[in-house]
Write a protein that binds this ligand. Structure first.
Ligand code: ZN
Length: 325
């Protein structure tokens, strides 16, 4: 099993390759990692390799199965993804899949389901899926995608092999962008730094995404947390109350900055946020306050996904961020 064009993540690729070569590809796999880090791409490559007719070179990219997988029309590869305002997977969508999972594969040896849980992994949808994971139909392979396996039911997690995806090194991501989007070559390094090497975010940013603005706001908020009172923090966060998508994006960036600060305080050096100076300044906070911040950002994101009023939520969040207790 090869992963042409998929950067970094060597240990993940090695794990998948070994299982495939030994004919022991797990029936339930969780790919966890932040948005844009390549979960869908990797799941697509793994699915393609599983259906490929040229096993030693899978995915060969040339056989009829590979071509159909690449075109998104292979009958044995199903994609399930969330929808609606929250982007999360619904119970109904999983039920539809349940009805389909006991059929024999049409062409390949496997029925492959790429299940994208979306930003939040709703317990009801997972419970419906659990039945299939517990007693998998012959040949079924579930490739589940989520930001964090922590949000997956323990009963599913314990039956799955979990792989953590990370963005590739920034230099590699910049080189990738130059090759694939030559028109953006002069911005490649800047975008790679802005997005921490996350290629999905780099592409979004190129298409007029909010990554740059969200990153700037997150860095500003992290700095403002150290100021007395809460006025600077509220001012920095103000643009978020009218733009739910920007709010969510800024929370994701803040969450990474907070996690980096916790890691740096305990001697870690591998930063994921791309916001070194802001992370360093946050390290001045007392440890007991620092360790609560990642959960606080996560709690805020969950409330936002549950359609909380953004203006009220932002006030609550800033008050909690500024609070010393
Ligand atoms: Zn092939």
């Amino acid at each position: 099993m090869e992963f042409p064009g998929f950067l970094g993540n060597e240990s993940v690729k090695e794990g998948l390759r070994a299982a495939f070569a030994a004919g022991r590809f797990p029936h339930a796999v969780i790919f966890q990692g932040e948005r844009g880090c390549g979960k869908k791409t990797l799941a697509g490559l793994a699915a393609q390799a599983l259906v490929c007719r040229d096993k030693p070179r899978a995915p060969c990219g040339q056989c009829p199965s590979c071509l159909r997988a690449l075109a998104g029309s292979h009958p044995d590869i199903r994609r399930l993804r969330g929808g609606g305002a929250s982007g999360s997977l619904s119970v109904e969508a999983v039920r539809d899949m349940l009805g389909d999972a006991y059929r024999m594969p049409e062409e390949a040896d496997y029925n492959i389901y790429i299940v994208d849980f979306g930003p939040r992994t709703l317990p009801a949808a997972q419970n419906t899926l659990l039945k299939l994971i517990e007693e998998p139909p012959e040949g079924a392979v579930f490739l589940m995608l989520c930001p964090s396996a922590e949000a997956v039911l323990p009963t599913i997690r314990s039956r799955s092999q979990i792989f953590t995806l990370r963005p590739p090194p920034m230099e590699d991501a910049a080189r990738w962008l130059k090759e694939h989007r030559p028109e953006a070559a002069d911005r490649a390094e800047e975008l790679a730094a802005l997005c921490g090497g996350n290629i999905g975010r780099m592409l979004e940013e190129l298409e007029g995404g909010r990554a740059g603005q969200a990153f700037a706001i997150a860095v500003e908020m992290a700095g403002a947390m150290l100021s007395p009172g809460g006025h600077r923090l509220l001012a920095a966060a103000a643009p978020l109350q009218k733009d739910r998508a920007l709010f969510r994006e800024a929370l994701e960036r803040l969450s990474l900055i907070f996690r980096d600060a916790c890691a740096m305080r305990t001697g870690g050096r591998e930063l994921l946020s791309g916001a070194g100076p802001a992370v360093e300044r946050l390290c001045a906070l007392p440890m007991r306050r620092l360790v609560r911040l990642p959960d606080l950002a996560e709690e805020c994101r969950e409330k936002l996904d549950r359609n909380a009023n953004p203006a009220l939520l932002l006030t609550w969040f800033c008050a909690r961020l500024a609070s010393h207790t």
